[in-house]
Design a protein around this ligand. Structure first.
Ligand code: HEC
Length: 120
């Protein structure tokens, strides 16, 4: 029986290590301060809610008026699409009304996505 527990502990450890290498959500929360002015979950904010954005269809919130290009984007936000968009919003969604030049650092982008993924 103790062997089973030991094996389970190793598997849990590997899973945790894997999650940590994909991005640091706590650090990402700090990076998110650059986004919170527009994505602060307040009524009337300039940007749409990002709670649950990982796995959500782009431009799909009923209560937000997206630009034409964002509402026609057609994809579902996964980590790769988010990384590309956060690096270069205008390059990925040409004509987006998100007035933000993007984050340059790979680590900042990875960490902010880990933070977004933690907000369901
Ligand atoms: C100055 C305001 C502003 C800032 C700063 C900003 N955004 Fe946005 N964001 C917007 C607006 C406005 C939209 C809607 C874009 C459209 O409709 O074309 C948007 C859209 C998005 C979307 C698409 C959401 C959806 O529902 O499809 C994501 C993802 C996103 N922003 C992430 C971020 C992240 C991450 C940051 C910080 C690194 C950030 N934004 C910073 C204003 C902003």
């Amino acid at each position: 029986m103790s062997r089973v527990i030991f094996a389970a502990a190793i598997i849990a450890g590997v899973a945790l290590a894997g999650a940590a290498s994909a991005g640091d959500a706590a650090r990402g929360q700090e990076v998110f301060k650059a986004c919170a002015a527009c994505h602060g979950e307040r009524p009337g904010d300039l940007g749409p809610s990002l709670v649950g954005v990982v796995g959500r269809k782009a431009g799909s919130l009923e209560d937000f008026r997206y630009s034409g290009p964002m509402s026609r984007a057609g994809w579902t936000w996964d980590e790769a699409k988010l990384a590309a968009f956060i690096h270069d919003p205008q390059g990925v969604v040409k004509g987006t009304k998100m007035p933000f030049d993007g984050l340059a650092g790979d680590r900042d982008v990875e960490d902010v996505i880990a933070y977004l993924a933690s907000r369901k």
